[in-house]
Every structure is written in structure tokens, then in C-alpha cells.
Write a protein that binds this ligand. Structure first.
Ligand code: ADP
Ligand code: MG
Length: 492
């Protein structure tokens, strides 16, 4: 049966996104099977419900394909040590988990009424250790220094040790380190903002690892705002809201909430997060939030949340400059065991400027290519390979693209942008779009007027002047938003 389970996990890993697999399937531990009932150990009750509704059919189907009986029953037993303890370590030995006495476990049955008693003897086969050790996990590279991957959802790769500091992220890095060394005090909440692929998720995770290092008993929860939203909705629908609140408000010392912009326009989830925030904040627990925009620039976010985000520390992460990019390439190469010399690192960093994720991706592609061709990554090889990476020349932005990027950024509709409405929520984005179009494309004021729903050329002109004036007076918020939109545009 263990073989079926292992095979099913491999199937699911191929079918699910890495995030879903890592979050929901990887933490499961095979416990016992008598041929009719498969018992799995889970970190907390939440898993049982979530797996039942989302993955059970898939899991059963796959188990059947691999030879399990048709009417296999799956039950879950909560093994709190899975939550407290790291799910995998370098030796991938989870023996400690299986030593938990049966009396300390709560069992739930897959048919949701807890009545299934067929597999309650609590016995754990020795093989359970073996199978949990063999569960497919993100491979080799996940065994970063220490090699830990706690059941807190932290990504094992994203640590301070693997983060390269440069002028573009110095402040964010320092704030992260300070928050990690004394959570819940000065830098609370800590809010990061910056464009895609610039290291927000990395830093947020690094805080979690560092806190755990100093205080192994700390309860760290890393969650994307999207997952928070999904769990919240699901809890409401399934009458589990108390469990949900317990988890986020009472059983959490450090809440790491990634990509909060996902909550834009989601009023009910914002409300829930607001109360979560208050509960944690008022009991001095650390809250870290990341976003692709400055708090006030996140479209459709409740004012009281926006103001709370600014109670502590707000730090931005900019695109890294050349030297930092070079250092990042070298660091990644070292971590991945890729041999490249200084010239190649420089070439790569010069070629890929947009963001770190892309830089990293390009390095890995280069390594794969070299490996296939059994060649070292020397300068000539890198030059040839990178040729293909250069974007098609003259990928000129259009007015339309600028308008779209601005709408997306401010979370407004295109029809609003082109309307004659004067409310600041639309007039400000409109001026920004006019300014960007003029500045990037040198389109005439008259034509721009037409493209913005038939406005007079003087309207466009005064909009552009107004924005220029505010840039001159160093309006930080505006400058940040312009940079964020530029980044959106350069990503195409
Ligand atoms: P974001 O969350 O801002 O979109 P990520 O944190 O996911 O970005 O970073 C994208 C990739 O780039 C990750 O693999 C991350 O490790 C890497 N990265 C970003 N910034 C740095 C840095 N300063 N040093 C090392 N790696 C970095
Ligand atoms: Mg991220």
C-alpha cells in the first residue's frame, strides 16, 4: 500500500501546482493501511477538511490506478508534531513524528463525521518512517543550509544567507533582519513593496527562518493573500470559521502575508484580515506584509487597513543595479553548483535587467544548455546563448498599453480612464497615464486628447505639467507609482 501511496503522490505532484502540492500534499504522512482504510497523518484539522473538498477525489483516483481497492476509505489523524516540527530535514527522517502516542492524536474520518473507527489502533508501521522519507519533495536544491522545510510553508531556499544585499534592497533587508531579531516590537507591522521578482517573497521567508532559528518554538505562518482568501471563504462555507480564526489569531506568533494586493476589492476578506491584524498586533505578535505597491497605492483597499500598514515600517525594494545583479548571479551559481566565471556573470547581469527571477531563470537555462552540449559556460558560449534572449528590437509601447497598465495599477476601468469624471480616484490615474504616454511616446497633445475619450489638447497639456511639477517637488508616492507602472510596462 505504501507503494500505491508513493505513486499517487508522484501523480499529484505532476498534476498540481508546486504551491498547492507543497502546501497541502507534501506535509501528509502515510500512517497505516489495512487494505480498506488508508490513514494519513496531518498537521492540523484544517488539512482534513481541505483535502476532502479539494484533493480527495484526485487522490483516490490515483490510488486506484496504482492498485488500491475501489472503495478505499481515507481517514486522517492529527499529529501535532507535524505542525510544530519541521516536516523534512536533511536526512529526511521523520521518525520522531511516528513516535507520538496514539492517545495524543485526534482522528477524523474522510466521510466527515469522525465515526470511522476501523483504523484507530494508533499503530504506526515502521514503514511509515520510510514512506514519509520517500515522499517526493522539491529535490536537492531545497536542501539549503540546514536543509529545513518547516510545516509553516516557508520556502527552504529563501533565507538571509542566500539574499544578496545592495543599494536597491538595503533598507528592506535591514528592516527584515531587525524584525526577525526582535519580532513584534519596533518594526511591526513591516510592509515591503516592490515590483515582481525583486525579492519580496524571499525576504519575507527569510524572516520566518531567522525567527525559527532563534526560537524554534515560534509559530510562524507564511501565507499568500490569495491562499488566506481561499481558506477564509472555504471556512465560511464549511462552518469552520472558528478554526480559521484560531489558526490566524491565536496560534500564530509571526504572520507573514505575501502579496496583499490580492485583497484589493475583496471587502469581506479585508475585514477578516483587519481583525486578524488587530488581534496579532495588540498581543505584540509580528506581522509582515508584502505588496506590489505602496500601501496607499493598492487599489480598493480599506483606509483603516492602509493606515495600519503604515504604523510600523514601510520599506521598498527596487530593481537591483548592475553590481548587485552580478553578485546575485554569482551567488545563485554557487548555490546551484554552476560554474561560471566573472565575465559570464557580468554579461548575464548586463543582459537581463528586468528582475531577479528572470536573471535566475536565464542562468539556469544557460546551465542546462551547457550541460546538454557538454560544454563549459565560457564567454563565447554565453554570448551565443544569450543572443536568443534579447527581446525583439523596438518593442514599442503603445498608448493603449500604457492605459491598460495604469488601469491595472490603480485598479480602475478603462472606461473610467477615458471618461470625463473628475473624482480623484480616476482623474489622478488619468493624468498619470497622459504623462507616461507623452513622455514615453512623444505623442502630440491633440492625439492624446482623442485617445483619452475626446479631451481637449489643453487638458492633456495641463495634466502633463501637473505631474511634472509633482515629480520636481519630489512627491515620493507619485514617483513610486510611476516606477511601478514603468516596471509593469517593461515586463510587457
Ligand atoms: P517577489 O516576491 O518580489 O516577486 P521573489 O522573492 O520571488 O520576488 O524573488 C524572485 C527570485 O529572485 C527568487 O528566486 C529569489 O530568491 C531571487 N532574488 C530576488 N532578490 C534577490 C537577492 N537580493 N538576492 C538573492 N536572490 C534574490
Ligand atoms: Mg512574491
Amino acid at each position: 500500500m505504501i507503494d500505491h501511496w508513493e505513486a499517487a503522490l508522484i501523480d499529484l505532484r505532476a498534476q498540481l501546482s508546486a504551491e498547492n502540492y507543497d502546501t497541502w500534499l507534501a506535509p501528509l504522512r502515510y500512517d497505516h493501511c489495512d487494505g480498506k482504510t488508508l490513514r494519513l497523518r496531518i498537521p492540523n484539522r484544517f488539512y482534513a477538511d481541505w483535502i476532502r473538498t479539494h484533493y480527495l477525489d484526485l487522490l483516490l483516483e490515483s490510488l486506484r490506478t496504482h492498485g488500491a481497492v475501489d472503495e478505499l476509505d481515507v481517514t486522517f489523524v492529527v499529529d501535532p508534531s507535524l505542525a510544530d516540527q519541521e516536516a523534512t530535514n536533511t536526512t529526511r527522517n521523520t521518525a520522531a513524528n511516528s513516535s507520538k502516542p496514539a492517545s495524543e492524536r485526534r482522528e477524523e474520518s474522510a466521510d466527515n463525521d469522525g465515526a470511522n473507527s476501523s483504523a484507530r489502533d494508533g499503530s504506526v508501521e515502521p514503514a511509515a518512517q520510510r514512506i514519509s522519507g520517500m515522499a517526493p519533495r522539491p529535490s536537492s536544491s531545497s536542501q539549503a543550509p540546514g536543509g529545513h522545510r518547516p510545516a509553516t510553508n516557508l520556502n527552504p531556499k529563501y533565507r538571509f544567507e542566500s539574499f544578496v544585499v545592495g543599494p536597491s534592497n538595503q533598507l528592506a533587508h535591514a528592516a527584515a533582519a531587525a524584525a526577525a531579531s526582535s519580532p513584534g516590537t519596533r518594526y511591526n507591522p513591516l510592509f515591503f513593496y516592490g515590483g515582481v521578482g525583486l525579492g519580496k517573497t524571499h525576504l519575507v521567508n527569510a524572516i520566518g527562518h531567522r525567527v525559527l532559528q532563534d526560537r524554534p518554538d515560534a509559530r510562524i505562518l507564511y501565507v499568500s493573500a490569495e491562499r488566506f482568501t481561499n481558506e477564509f471563504i472555504w471556512s465560511l462555507q464549511n462552518h469552520r470559521i472558528n478554526d480559521f480564526r484560531d489558526r490566524y489569531r491565536n496560534n500564530c506568533d509571526v504572520l507573514l502575508m505575501d502579496d496583499i494586493q490580492f485583497l484589493a476589492s475583496r471587502e469581506q476578506t479585508q475585514e477578516e484580515f483587519f481583525h486578524t491584524f488587530n488581534a496579532l498586533y495588540h498581543s505584540d505578535r509580528q506581522i509582515v506584509v508584502s505588496s506590489d505597491a505602496y500601501p496607499q497605492q493598492i487599489g480598493r483597499m480599506e483606509e483603516r487597513l492602509v493606515s495600519r500598514f503604515q504604523w510600523g515600517m514601510v520599506a521598498d525594494i527596487q530593481a537591483p543595479e548592475l553590481d548587485t545583479r552580478i553578485a546575485i548571479v554569482r551567488k545563485k551559481a554557487e548555490l546551484e553548483g554552476i560554474e561560471i566565471d566573472a565575465e559570464v556573470a557580468q554579461l548575464l547581469a548586463q543582459t537581463v535587467k528586468s528582475n531577479v527571477r528572470e536573471l535566475e531563470g536565464t542562468l539556469l537555462q544557460l546551465a542546462v544548455k551547457a550541460d546538454l552540449q557538454k560544454r563549459p559556460i565560457d564567454l563565447q558560449f554565453a554570448r551565443d546563448a544569450l543572443q536568443a534572449h534579447r527581446p525583439a528590437p523596438n518593442q514599442l509601447t503603445t498608448v493603449e498599453e500604457i492605459q491598460r497598465a495604469v488601469c491595472e495599477y490603480f485598479n480602475i476601468r478603462m472606461s473610467d480612464l477615458k471618461s470625463h469624471r473628475r473624482h480623484r480616484s480616476v482623474s489622478h490615474p488619468r493624468m498619470v497615464a497622459m504623462y507616461l504616454a507623452r513622455q514615453r511616446l512623444q505623442t502630440s497633445y491633440g492625439e492624446l486628447g482623442e485617445r483619452f475619450g475626446g479631451k481637449d489638447h489643453t487638458t492633456v497639456m495641463s495634466a502633463v505639467r501637473k505631474i511634472e511639477g509633482r515629480i520636481d517637488s519630489d512627491d515620493r508616492e507619485l514617483i513610486d507609482s510611476l516606477e511601478a507602472i514603468e516596471r509593469k510596462l517593461s515586463r510587457g
